[in-house]
Design a protein around this ligand. Structure first.
Ligand code: MG
Length: 230
C-alpha cells in the first residue's frame, strides 16, 4: 500500500521516493565534522553541489504516529527538515520552473541510526539502512504553496519532551530549494508525490523510547510523534 500524504484542504496524495539532502546548513555540517566523530576530509568545507541520498517511501509515518527503534539499534538521531512535496513532474527543469511544480511544504524528521551511519561512512559503504528504516521519516500534513510563505521565509523548531532542541531558519540553507530541485531533476526525474527533504540545522541528538518529538514550521505545520521500542 502506498503511503498517503495528507494535503491540507485537498485530496490525499500517494507518496513516491524521498530525496534527501545532507550537509545543507553550515552549523549542522560543522557539528557533524566535529563532535559527532564522522568528520572526513570532505567535511571541511561546504559541498559545491547538493549531497543527495534516498530514503524509501516505506519509511514515511504520519503526524500522531510513532518512531519505532528496532531491537539492537542504538543512537537514533532526530533531524528536523523542511520537506518540499512535488506536484508536477520535474525533469531537467530550471529553478523557476521547478518552483512552479511544487505542491507544498511539510515538516519532516530525517531519523538516522547514527552509529550504523558512521560505520557505513567509515567503511565507504552506503548508509541507506541507517536512514531508511520503517517510521524513520515522519511527515506532517502538506501545506499547499498558496497557503505557505516562500521556502526561505520559514523557521524550523524541534521540541523533545517540551524542551527546544533545534531551531533554525530555512534562509540559512547552503543550497537553496530552487537549486536543489533543478539540480536533482537534471539526473533523476522528480514525480508527483515525491518528497524532497532539504537538510537539518544544528542540534541533532539521540532520542529514546518514551520521548515525544514535536517538530514545527511555526505558524505553518506541526508534527508530533512518540518514540517507541520495536
Ligand atoms: Mg537529514
Amino acid at each position: 500500500m502506498p503511503f498517503l500524504l495528507r494535503v491540507r484542504g485537498g485530496q490525499p496524495l500517494a507518496a513516491g521516493k524521498v530525496v534527501a539532502v545532507a550537509k545543507n546548513y553550515e552549523d549542522h555540517r560543522k557539528e557533524m565534522a566535529g563532535a559527532m566523530g564522522s568528520g572526513a576530509a570532505g567535511d571541511r568545507r561546504p559541498p559545491e553541489d547538493p549531497v543527495v541520498f534516498l530514503k524509501p517511501s516505506s519509511c514515511l509515518a504520519h503526524d500522531g504516529g510513532e518512531v519505532v527503534i528496532p531491537h539492537g539499534v542504538a543512537n537514533v538521531h532526530w533531524e528536523t527538515e523542511l520537506a518540499v512535496v512535488v506536484g508536477r513532474e520535474m525533469r531537467r527543469v530550471d529553478e523557476a520552473e521547478a518552483m512552479r511544480r511544487v505542491l507544498g511544504y511539510a515538516v519532516f524528521l530525517d531519523m538516522t541510526a547514527r552509529d550504523l551511519q558512521a560505520d557505513a561512512k567509515k567503511g565507504g559503504m552506503p548508509w541507506t539502512l541507517s536512514k531508511g528504516m520503517d517510521t524513520f521519516g515522519p511527515i506532517s500534513e502538506v501545506v499547499p504553496v498558496a497557503q505557505a510563505p516562500a521556502w526561505d521565509a520559514m523557521e524550523l523548531e524541534l521540541r523533545v519532551n517540551g524542551e527546544v532542541r533545534q531551531k533554525g531558519a530555512t534562509r540559512d540553507m547552503i543550497h537553496p530549494v530552487p537549486r536543489i530541485l533543478s539540480h536533482v531533476s537534471r539526473y533523476m526525474t522528480l514525480e508527483p508525490g515525491d518528497v524532497v527533504a532539504t537538510g537539518t540545522p544544528a542540534g541533532v541528538g539521540a532520542c529514546k523510547p518514551g520521548d515525544a518529538l514535536e517538530a514545527k514550521l511555526p505558524g505553518i505545520a506541526a508534527l508530533n510523534v512518540r518514540v517507541v521500542a520495536g
